[in-house]
Design a protein around this ligand. Sequence first.
Ligand code: HPA
Length: 236
Amino acid sequence: MSVHISAQPGEIAKHILMPGDPLRAKYIVENYLENAKLVSSTRNIFMYTGTYKGKQVSVGASGMGCPSIGIYSFELFTEYEADCIIRIGTCGAYTSKLKLFDLINAEYACSESTYAECAFGWKKKDRYKYQGPAFDIINATAKELNQPLIEAPIHSSDVFYRQGKGKPEIVKKHKAVAVEMESFALFSNARFLKKTAACLLTVSDIIATHEKISADEREKALAPMMKLALESVLKM
Ligand code: HPA
């Protein structure tokens, strides 16, 4: 047991899919995993372990933002046997080149967040890369599945309700194509701990036009991302 996760030692798989929303974790488990068991529900942050096509995998929620995913991913990496966390989330598109439902494999996460500096004393960088082999395995798996996938830098914002028009400076600096709120902390933790981390994002809204995937389109919209993440885990 760790501070924020009540799973027993050995109850978390080496490979973990991490949506932000606990109910999405539940949905994935109910629809894609076999023999699943709820192993932690502290703060209603549900974590399950089951099998996909015979391979053991855990699905655990991160909550929203760098502080939250920072806690859960750090504890999973350091207090359980987790080797690889694949975040599966949604993002807002900064560019009209992206369409609703497009799928992104995050190459870098840039951020104004102080997470990496506060946690590890890393002052200089404002972006971190995916870590380990998962990114390449996901790209190869997407090709095999004929699943279009965009490899691109993204922005991990600390702020959802941001005032002011135009793209934040950091977005221009790093040519980030989309915004979410977690990958910067996940990639930093994995980098520090020499673990594997990747982030798949489905475009759920277009910032400029306020177009959005509706609530009832969401589960269906996320199916290709979940399938890609699970099929990729089979190769790890
Ligand atoms: N901003 C931040 N995070 C997000 C967004 C957004 O517009 N859409 C989905 N996740």
